[in-house]
Design a protein around this ligand. Structure first.
Ligand code: ADP
Length: 635
């Protein structure tokens, strides 16, 4: 028999596990019971359609056997078992290898986190054992196999003579050390308490032979009481799935432990939604809104979905149809009375019950988020930092079909102390006569505050929404308006803050200087559509605005999307000159006396406007030559 090596990442994890200083070693039991329960589910599921299985529904069970002398703890199930090949594959590589890659990329995350975060499953057995033996007979196979390992050195797989279908995991419990009392994992009371704590809801019975001392009846009242050992088989778990219990029975801790165990999160959830419905659709739902996105949430590997149970039996691990994309961060499960156990994926998609359930789930999640927004602003803001992008994509996607569901869940930082506001709050705070919701885009709040237009809008007493994420402006465009108030980018050329008289005066000024402005536009070239005087700038000499609905930020985002290379979008830009800045007079003089210098100034002013707008100078060499010329000749 040859000793096989663990796949390299498993080996590292194994090292970590064996040498862990992890204080929660006890979770190994939960992990092994959970594996056994899954194996029972698989075979039970099969037994519904395959009479050859030959195990009655109430015979599926997990048994725990303690042998203090031999220092072994056995977890025995009569589930689906593993073939030779499966023993090798499943226990020779870490199942969730994605999690390990993540760990390597993020060295900050220490061992404790990785164990807590991903639930390392079977490997946790090595936190308490110096040897682990797994004997298994897979359903439908004739020969049983035994997997054995003493840790990082490797493992062996060889035939063995187990008879019944299922798996026996034997842990050879470590000797006590100065700091660690491994003995407690051979104590029936401790094991029983651990089962109660972590695995109470497992729907198969977890049985253990319990030995207690009972007084021996004696007629002689004066004789000292004698005790004898009485052994009885007890079922340690209540077997009622957590979601079937009533809310009053459950503590936050129960909900949170269940969540962390089942959905591999190391944080408590932000919110729990637990409800039952009867009537059109009869089902229980237990939903969780996480605090933080899982590491793969914003990647294409992420799969949304809720666990789907039919009368307590898991029929699908990730039922995507139960969650809309914009709530894809929600974890949880649905247990329905009405679904058939043998329903196929294709049939599920067209199942009207399921559609009904999905509709209610969407409403419940929305209500919960609204409640959180109202009652616990701080928590909501933290939630929004983690998942707000998803809600904003939800507004934008499907041609805005879901925008009404989501619009009141959006929050944006605003120019008022850079606090978050909902669109409703913004509109309620609008100045009298204000009919527009103003927003500005930039990489950061600081960059937005440096935009030339920001000061002017603020000075008028208007609040500005600060949009710092690519999707933001697209979401607002999709909304179009809120409560009858349209949205406007402060960098849009249509931004008008002037009175009628001021507007008239500006129009006259632009008319009077048309020839000069045209010449300036020609000097800058195709990069802009026009040059104009403006009143909307305070201290800045120039700014860039866009006309025709596509802003500079949108241009950047659209052109960075995959496939955009052949089909570039272009914002229609206008170079605006502050009519009351000294530079305006200088330009007019140059137009009369020295049009060549005016052309150079035009280019420089355009560059300046780009710089202030956060876009960078399009031709740095030309810019630098012009500035040098200016310094040398004083043009
Ligand atoms: P996970 O359970 O998260 O997939 P584990 O490392 O705990 O990861 O287990 C790896 C795999 O080994 C399981 O997915 C399952 O296929 C198999 N397995 C573990 N324990 C058992 C068992 N008692 N019976 C049958 N298969 C098992």
């Amino acid at each position: 028999m040859r000793t096989k090596q663990f796949k390299s990442e498993s080996k590292k994890l194994m090292d970590m596990m064996i040498n862990s200083i992890y204080t929660h070693k006890e979770i190994f039991l939960r992990e092994l019971i959970s594996n056994a329960s899954d194996a029972l589910d698989k075979l039970y599921f099969k037994s519904l359609t395959d009479s050859n299985v030959g195990i009655a529904a109430d015979e599926f069970q997990i048994e725990i056997v303690i042998d203090k002398e031999a220092r072994t703890l056995k977890i025995i199930d009569n589930g689906c078992g593993m073939t030779e090949d499966e023993l090798d594959k499943n226990l020779g590589t870490i199942a969730k290898s994605g999690s390990f890659n993540f760990k390597q990329e993020n060295d900050k995350i220490d061992n404790v986190d990785i164990i807590g975060q991903f639930g390392v499953g079977f490997y946790s057995a090595f936190m308490v054992s110096d040897k682990v033996t797994v004997e298994s007979l897979a359903y439908g196979e004739k020969e049983a196999f035994c997997w054995e390992s003493e840790g990082a050195e490797g493992y062996t797989v060889s035939p063995c003579d187990k008879t019944g279908v299922g798996t026996t995991v034997t842990l050879h419990i470590k000797e006590n050390t100065e700091d660690e009392k491994y003995d407690e994992f051979l104590d029936q009371y401790k094991i029983s308490a651990l089962v109660k704590k972590y695995s109470d809801y497992i729907r198969h019975p977890i049985k253990m032979a319990f030995t207690t001392k009972e007084p021996v009846p004696n007629d002689d009242k004066d004789a000292p009481t004698e005790y004898k050992d009485v052994t009885e088989i007890r079922t340690l778990n209540s077997m009622v799935p957590l979601w079937k219990k009533s809310k009053t029975e459950l503590k936050d801790e129960d909900y949170n432990n269940f969540y962390k165990d089942k959905f591999y999160d190391y944080n408590d959830p932000a919110r729990v939604i637990h409800y039952k419905t009867e009537g059109q659709a009869t089902y229980d739902a237990l939903l969780y809104i996480p605090k933080q996105p899982p590491f793969d949430y914003y990647t294409k590997e992420f799969e949304k979905g809720l666990q789907l149970y039919s009368k307590g039996v898991l029929i699908m691990n990730k039922c995507a149809d139960l969650l809309p994309d914009y709530f894809s961060f929600v974890k949880g499960l649905v247990d329905s009375e009405d679904l058939s156990l043998n329903i196929s994926r294709e049939m599920l998609q067209h199942d009207s019950q399921l559609k009904l359930i999905a509709k209610t789930i969407e409403k419940k999640i929305k209500n919960e988020l609204e409640k959180m927004l109202k009652d616990d602003r701080e928590a909501y803001e933290a939630f929004f930092k983690a998942f707000g992008v998803q809600l904003k994509f939800g507004v934008y996607n499907d041609y805005g079909m879901h925008k009404d569901v989501l619009k009141d869940l959006l929050i944006f930082r605003t120019s008022k102390e850079k606090k978050y506001a909902t669109l409703k709050e913004y509109v309620e705070n609008m100045k009298e006569g204000q009919d527009t919701v103003y927003y500005a885009c930039g990489e950061t709040d600081e960059k937005i505050e440096m935009l030339p237009q920001t000061d002017a809008v603020k000075e008028k007493g208007y609040e500005i929404l600060y949009l710092t994420e690519n999707v933001d402006e697209f979401a607002l465009m999709m909304l179009g308006e809120y409560d009858g108030k349209k949205f406007m980018n402060i960098c849009d050329d249509k931004l008008e803050l002037d009175s009628e008289d001021e507007k008239k005066a500006l129009e006259t000024e632009n008319e009077a200087n048309k020839a000069m402005l045209d010449l300036m536009k020609e000097a800058v070239g195709d990069k802009i559509n026009a040059v104009r005087f403006t009143n909307k700038l305070k201290k800045h000499p120039v700014c860039i605005t866009s006309e025709g609905g596509i802003s500079l930020e949108m241009e950047k985002t659209l052109n960075s999307m995959p496939g955009a290379a052949d089909n570039k979008v272009k914002a229609q830009l206008v170079l605006e000159i502050n009519a009351s800045h000294p530079i305006a007079e200088k330009l007019k003089t140059l137009f009369k006396d020295d049009s060549e210098t005016l052309k150079k100034y035009s280019k420089l002013l355009y560059d300046e406007a780009c710089l202030i707008g956060g876009a960078g100078v399009p031709d740095p060499v030309e810019h630098s030559n012009l500035v040098c010329e200016l310094m040398t000749n004083g043009i």
